[in-house]
Design a protein around this ligand. Structure first.
Ligand code: BGC
Length: 790
């Protein structure tokens, strides 16, 4: 766990003012830079010490066999794992004749700042070598949003009080040795030495390495170029071998003199392009960046982010820590998706190798909603990636004896990698989650081209899946049996309410687009008869309900199961899946993560206010939050039913998941969905934003702690700013044509003429629900007391 005091609380930056080697792996994730295509963990410039060296290229993976003690039909045979590609960030330093290594000598000061406005990571170090020679090192690093193949470092070393001989080695390194990872199944299978050398070059200040992955056959190239400035005589030389290409710079600095290096790095990869083509690709990208120059890249980065923050910023008054956390969250979610461009957005983004670099439903359910209203082009790209994987999804459906497409539970390149059926591939809801993201994107942007070219196909193929996976009973009701919902402590259940409601929306939307796009539908072989069958299934969809208790069931019969023995659990028994057998979790009432509660957010209009309150009160005492995806969903419904304090505590948990390493696995990469959940808890929770079809509704209510919450969103060519205070909300149309919105049920038109302000009534008062013993989200006040006393 990282105590939050290690980062100073500032509105636009994350500042670490010392170096704590015990939490180095966590800080490498927190300080990771990425643009969705290239990812560099926040490793120290000199390469060591490190927790986990990490340089990633979205989509670059290696294959490995998935072993089974007992094989079964349709089990995926090949796993995919993200690999650490060529490290272009290494800059080693020799001070007189000693390596600049912070484990030796004396560290006088060390500061790292992630600048959320500038999109750069700055580092300043003052260090005395074991022989007492003092140097000051300043570096600034970026992964460019504007030039997606490019990352860069500006590195400067200064002699502080005496003459010093300096040697800098700027390197490209492939097949870095990786530390062995612990036995946690959520951690990547470390695949070392997965790159075979194809070509290497060192030519003046230019370096290049080209490799091929052994089994997946992907060609990966990295190239670097440098600008060096130092007092005469500063000399350079370069050399290269299979796995290292190096520029060496030597200089003698008098006290106060500096040696500066600007290192531009370009990356490229391909599964089909030839060696000359990939080599030329990285050379060309590098030439482009070189003509922009270091300062040009810094300026472009700032301009890109200025534009993003204007569209996406969330302001929180009265809570500086949450203000910082939500901007940190928005920044990292943007980094995960900004330039992914028809590649997946992994659960950890490109910040670490956790979950093997796989993408899950996290993307469509948590990440894309945020991007839909703030960076919509990234959403279209992510969904086009899903579309590009349809051939694999169709094959998978066919293999399972189903129609349409069955998208994978976890994957890098599109085929199913989940070796575990009950809590993996049986989670068919991912298909409806993809459909939901496509529906929302079209409703928010009106992007007809996307609807025709991409959404129709996604919706039709997923609707086909649902129609073939479910069945009408003799009374006509439609059931989907034997699936796993979001709660992975239940499996192969009948009529999971979340799945059924999401499938229902999927089926209806598919029927609608077939009517709107008859030509496209005809190309896909979808006709009026098929879409009528989808409507029938949707309208007859069964959603289990226990009339005696007056609550919806997570799945048929769920409320009749035995309760988990929560009272017997010790803190160290969590997460339960690492300490108890799945068979026992499956047959008892214990919820890993919001499931029915998430359904009440995503399919809000299906539930009455009374049902929402009753259901929430029922599921809270059995929900243990063993997934980081849960707190944000619980925050949204807690706020809706009036438990504002509880909603706030859940928000804090989602927001500080990585800044405080609450699940002790931030070292493996950030929890991108939980970061996106911070936005969700604020905008959908305290803002009460619900967007369905052509209705945009807000039911704002602030927790005591906030004096003001403001957020901006883009919708159908308009920019809307919502400002919430404790007793009133103000809606301002920043740009675009007038629009209708609803405020606590009242319809109003917002135009550019004047903002609309409306009163906020008090939340209904209801008894606060309990959580399982020991699983109540930490009250903020308790945390602060603890921090104060420590
Ligand atoms: C959760 C899944 C999630 C996955 C990746 C699991 O622990 O239960 O819902 O998709 O983590 O974040």
């Amino acid at each position: 766990m990282i105590t939050h005091t290690s980062y100073a609380v500032e509105p636009w930056a994350l500042r670490e003012t010392g170096l704590n080697l015990d939490v180095l792996p966590q800080s490498e994730s927190v300080f990771a830079l990425s643009n969705g295509h290239v990812g560099w963990r926040g490793n120290l410039d000199e390469g060591e010490p490190h927790g986990l060296p990490g340089s990633y290229l979205n989509g670059v993976h290696e294959l490995h066999p998935l072993p089974y003690a007992e094989a079964g039909y349709g089990y995926p045979e090949s796993g995919q794992t993200v690999i650490n590609v060529t490290n272009g960030k290494i800059i080693r330093l020799l001070v007189n004749d000693e390596p600049f290594d912070l484990r030796y000598g004396r560290l006088i000061s060390h500061e790292r700042v992630l600048d959320l406005r500038g999109g750069v990571l700055r580092r300043t170090v003052e260090w005395a070598s074991p022989a007492g020679c003092v140097v000051r090192v300043r570096s600034t690093r970026l992964v460019s949003f504007s030039q997606r193949a490019i990352a860069a470092v500006a590195y400067e070393v200064e002699a502080v009080d005496s003459q010093v001989r300096i040697v800098i080695q700027s390197e490209l390194v492939a097949n870095e040795q990786l530390p062995h990872t612990a036995g946690d199944p959520r951690t990547a299978v470390a695949l070392e030495s997965s790159l075979d050398a194809e070509e290497d070059l060192a030519d003046g200040n230019r370096l290049r390495l080209v490799h091929l992955t052994r089994k997946s056959g992907l060609r990966v190239a990295a190239a670097a170029d440098h600008v060096v400035e130092g007092p005469a005589p500063t000399r350079t030389s370069s050399e290269s071998g299979d796995d290292v290409s190096r520029l060496t710079v030597t200089s003698v600095l008098e006290a106060g003199q500096k040696l500066r290096m600007e290192k531009l790095v370009s990356y490229g990869w391909s599964s089909i392009r030839s060696l000359p083509a990939v080599r030329d690709q990285v050379d060309a990208a590098l030439a482009g960046a070189f003509s922009t120059g270091w300062q040009g890249l810094v300026d472009e980065q700032r301009a890109y982010l200025d534009d993003f923050w204007e569209r996406a910023d969330v302001e929180v008054d009265g809570d500086e820590e949450i203000q910082q956390a939500v901007r940190f969250a928005l920044f990292h979610v943007l980094q995960a998706g900004a330039r992914a461009e028809q590649r997946a957005i992994p659960a950890k983004g490109l910040t670490g190798s956790g979950y093997d670099g796989h993408s899950f439903w996290d993307t469509e359910t948590f990440v894309l909603p945020l991007l839909t209203y703030t960076a919509p082009s990234a959403v279209a790209e992510a969904l086009r990636w899903r579309q590009s994987t349809l051939p694999a999804a169709r094959d998978r459906a066919d293999q399972l004896g189903l129609k349409g497409a069955a998208f994978p539970w976890r994957t890098i390149e599109g085929s199913e990698c989940s070796a575990y059926w009950p809590a993996g591939a049986a989670a068919f809801h991912v298909n409806a989650d993809i459909a939901d993201a496509a529906i929302r994107y079209v409703a928010a942007t009106g992007d007809e081209g996307f609807e025709r070219e991409c959404a129709v196909e996604l919706l039709v193929e997923t609707a086909r899946l649902w129609r073939s996976l479910g069945h009408h009973d003799p009374h006509g009701a439609f059931h989907i049996d034997g699936v796993t919902g979001p709660d992975e402590y239940s499996a192969i259940a009948d009529d999971n309410a979340y799945t059924n409601l999401m499938a229902r929306a999927n089926l209806l939307a598919a029927a609608d687009v077939v009517e709107r796009h008859p030509h496209k539908a005809a190309e896909l072989g979808a006709d009026a008869e098929e879409s009528a069958a989808w409507r029938d299934a949707a309208e007859a969809m069964h959603v289990p309900y226990n009339a005696e208790l007056g609550v919806h069931e997570q799945a048929a019969g769920y409320t009749g199961h035995q309760y988990w023995d929560f009272a017997a659990m010790r803190p160290e028994d969590y997460p339960l899946m690492l300490h108890f057998p799945y068979f026992d979790l499956y047959r008892k009432q214990v919820v890993k993560q919001a499931d029915l509660v998430l359904a009440m957010y995503k399919c809000s209009e299906f539930f009455t206010e009374e049902h929402k309150a009753r259901n929430f009160a029922y599921y809270e005492p059995i929900t243990v939050r063993d997934s980081s995806l849960s707190a944000c969903s619980q925050a949204v419904i807690a706020a809706e039913v009036g438990h504002l304090h509880l909603a706030y505590d859940y928000l804090v948990e989602a927001a500080l998941m990585d800044l405080e390493d609450l699940e002790s696995n931030t070292r493996d990469g950030l929890h991108i969905a939980s970061l996106a959940g911070t936005w969700m808890a604020l905008v959908a929770g305290f803002g009460g934003m619900r967007h369905t079809g052509d209705s945009l509704a807000f039911t704002p209510r602030l927790p005591e702690r906030f004096s003001r919450l403001a957020f901006t969103m883009e919708l159908l060519g308009r920019r809307l700013k919502v400002e919430i205070k404790s007793d009133a909300a103000t809606y301002t149309l920043v740009s675009g044509a007038p629009m209708k919105i609803s405020h606590h049920g009242e319809t109003l038109t917002v135009s550019g003429e004047a903002p609309e302000t409306r009163h906020i009534a008090h939340a209904p008062s209801r008894p606060a629900p309990d959580q399982p013993p020991g699983r109540r989200p930490d009250h903020r006040e308790h945390r602060e007391d603890r921090q104060h006393n420590s």
